[in-house]
Write a protein of this length. Structure first.
Length: 273
């Protein structure tokens, strides 16, 4: 029986600075003390999945057997968080840019044995495409969070179940659409591009699921937002954990929306997830 979740993604060092407001182009603003914390969309998602109960994890919560060292600096994310909890992030990929198909080959047996493969685009796109091809060929469910946003090839899009994006990413993948467009409209338009299912996250408004059964809006609980950093990773990790355990996409999305709402009430990404 297939078991557990495997993540193809990034691990970063997060450098987080609180600011009263985000600077405009060319402007300098003063911030508070810098906090250094573990991060990276791949690592954040793996930790969130483990906390949601994903099978096949080690004593520390995540089995890091397939994490490899390379020459050069580690990845880093420079994060400014304003008084409303909204963030801006600049990612320097570092070692994450060196995650290649050879690394995927070394983990191929683990990928084929998994229930779900999750990938995020803070590692090279060809690596994600390759991992998705191996997983799909073995009947493994493939989930990709297209963040940072990039156009995926048709072959990869056709195996995604689901493609996860936020409204801004959805609009970027749909020429002529605006991020303020209705979430259901964005989700359905994205599904027409080939994925088996699509989940568009809507921040405080929850998420929309589009699949063969139609469209479903999943509302989020109302909370006091402290820091939105890592909310999307907590969402993805929780969703994938429940998919790996056999939940339907709608059930998994409901759990993920609740978890993401909990995360934004605390500071940090991986620590909060």
């Amino acid at each position: 029986m297939r078991n557990g979740l495997i993540v193809v993604g990034s691990a970063n060092v997060d450098l987080i600075v609180p600011v009263d407001r985000h600077p405009r182009p060319g402007e300098t603003v003063l911030g508070g003390d810098t906090v250094t914390a573990p991060g990276g969309k791949g690592a954040n998602t793996a930790v969130a999945a483990a906390r949601a109960g994903a099978a096949g994890v080690g004593d520390a919560g995540v089995d890091t057997s397939w994490v490899q060292r390379t020459d050069g600096p580690s990845g880093a994310a420079y994060i400014a968080v304003d008084r409303e909890g909204e963030n801006t992030i600049v990612v320097s990929p570092g070692a994450n840019a060196r995650v290649d198909t050879a690394m995927v080959d070394r983990a191929a047996d683990a990928i084929r044995a998994a229930a779900v493969l999750f990938a995020v685009l803070e590692v090279p796109l060809p690596t994600v495409e390759y991992a998705a091809r191996i997983a799909a060929g073995a009947g493994v469910r493939v989930v990709v969070n297209a963040s940072p946003v990039a156009k995926l090839p048709d072959e990869t899009m056709r195996v995604l179940d689901p493609l996860i994006v936020n409204q801004h990413e959805a609009a970027a993948l749909l020429p002529g659409r605006h991020a303020a467009a209705d979430g259901a409209e964005l989700a359905e338009a994205l599904r027409q591009l080939g994925p088996r299912s699509v989940v568009v996250t809507l921040g405080a408004d929850g998420a929309v699921v589009a699949d063969a059964e139609g469209l479903t809006k999943v509302p989020a609980p109302q909370v006091d937002v402290v820091d939105t950093t890592g909310a999307g990773d907590a969402f993805a990790g929780t969703l994938c954990s429940h998919l790996a355990a056999g939940s339907s996409l709608r059930e998994a999305t409901g759990k993920a929306v609740v978890r993401a709402a909990e995360v934004v009430t605390r500071h940090g990404a991986q620590v909060a997830s």
